[in-house]
Design a protein around this ligand. Structure first.
Ligand code: UDP
Length: 262
């Protein structure tokens, strides 16, 4: 029986009280939802894959200095995170036209955008997450102008890093959604950190060669093979097994004159 206190239950995750004050346990469920919960299914094993993929991405981002809520993975479905005050915005970064942007502006899906574009949506299931501008965000006090600047700069850093990370494994990062939170530190300082998750549930990931969708659009658009696609992303990232990536499977150092280094 689970005796832990449940703090919050979302569509794909549950948050439990953590072992120490200021910590939480983030549990990944197998539930898949789309169109604001109108479509729902259980995809056996999705939570395990998303836990792994998100852990990997958050750790890599942490290594390049992006502050995140992630502490460590606890087991197949759970990770220990720092408790933050979530900023009620879904921050979407786009590199290629797809989904709601294509519909709204009549752009062909797959068209490269002239530059990366950031959009904000107000987190409200009741209102269907409406798109909002910086004017709305500051007027209604969801975030200050300084916080918006910080969120935008972090979002672009995350995008630059992830575009390269995914391209290295033959995947085009079309767009993704991230959430940020306020982390209150002991000295009363506050930092904006990356929160929630980064997984195929909240990214569009297209195979570079075939164009195949390796993300939640397989569920939204009834394309089938959802678990297979998520598994493929995890496999290419090298996070499918308990063991670390085998030696020699990563990038190989080559010298500039084309000779193999000694
Ligand atoms: N997204 C998300 N949660 C949402 C809405 C969007 O994770 O509630 C992600 C989605 O997976 C995609 C990106 O944000 O990678 C942009 O989504 P879009 O606005 O095109 O909406 P959609 O077409 O998915 O409704």
């Amino acid at each position: 029986m689970n005796r832990r206190r449940r703090i919050y239950e979302g569509k794909a995750k549950v948050l439990y009280e953590g072992p120490e004050p200021g910590t939480l346990i983030q549990h990944f469920k197998d539930d898949a939802t789309a169109f604001n919960n109108k479509k729902h299914a259980l995809i056996d094993g999705k939570g395990v894959l998303n836990n792994r993929i998100s852990e990997y991405v958050f750790m890599r981002l942490g290594e390049i200095g992006v502050p995140t809520h992630f502490v460590k993975r606890l087991n197949m479905r759970e990770q220990l995170i720092r408790e933050v005050e979530i900023i009620p915005l879904e921050v979407v970064v786009r590199n290629v036209a797809a989904g709601s942007l294509s519909t709204r502006l009549g752009l062909d899906e797959g068209a490269q955008l002239p530059r990366s574009i950031i959009e904000f949506y107000y987190k409200s299931d009741k209102l269907n997450d409406p798109m909002v501008s910086e004017e709305h965000i500051t007027a209604f006090g969801w975030a200050t102008p300084q916080e918006i600047d910080e969120v935008m700069s972090l979002a672009l850093r995350i995008n630059d890093f992830l575009v390269g990370l995914f391209l290295g494994i033959g995947i085009r990062l079309v767009d993704f959604k991230v959430e940020f939170g306020r982390l209150y530190e002991q000295n009363d300082q506050m930092r904006i950190v990356l929160a929630d998750e980064i997984s195929p549930d909240c990214c569009r990931l297209w195979d570079v060669v075939s164009g195949d969708k390796l993300d939640k659009d397989r569920f939204r658009r009834d394309l089938g093979g959802v678990l297979e696609a998520y598994t493929e992303v995890a496999r290419r990232l090298g996070v499918l097994t308990e063991n670390p990536r085998p030696k020699g499977s990563g990038p190989v150092l080559v010298s500039t004159n084309g000779q193999k280094p000694e």
